[in-house]
Ligand binder design. Sequence first.
Ligand code: SF4
Length: 198
Amino acid sequence: MNAEPTIATLRAAAAGCTACRLYQDATQTVFGEGPEGARVMLIGEQPGDAEDLAGHPFVGPAGKLLDRCLAEAGIDRSRTYVTNVVKHFKWVPRGPRRIHSKPGAMEIEACFPWLEAEIAAVAPRIIVALGATAAQALFGKAFRVTRDRGRLVPSALAPYALATVHPSALLRAPDEETRRRETLRFVEDLRKAGAIST
Ligand code: SF4
């Protein structure tokens, strides 16, 4: 019987994935990173421009904000596993810039087996969906981050699961006061995940 694939073998296999058209316009597959056995798995939507170029998840502005909020919540990022529901950057050109484009249902579905395999290999105690795309991919179309964030959600994928906003939403806050307030709520959701993971 074949052994359960490791993150290293999954990453190598995903590097050549052509299961949907997104690989055509992206630089590379951006697979998840973190230790197998991580107790917290953070799941975003898809790599952005910086991640596509670097080949690592959550290394751009939203990733840096995530790092700061994790630290504030008492969570060491290097002990978490960080990934996305879609592993290639989807974008549209605007002048010289590449602008993020939301992945469609078919792309999310095509990529979901990679995420399931990551969850099986890492076996986290809690999965944390960051933003609506990840939350709906994991918990169903009816899930509303605005309504259900920070609450435990039953999931067959891990003993515990919850959703919160994506850190990029904090960067897009319309004013400083909203950003400050929403960042505090985000840290609170992360702190809750951290407490459950121990
Ligand atoms: S987005 Fe996912 S399913 Fe589509 S080509 Fe990339 S790795 Fe494969």
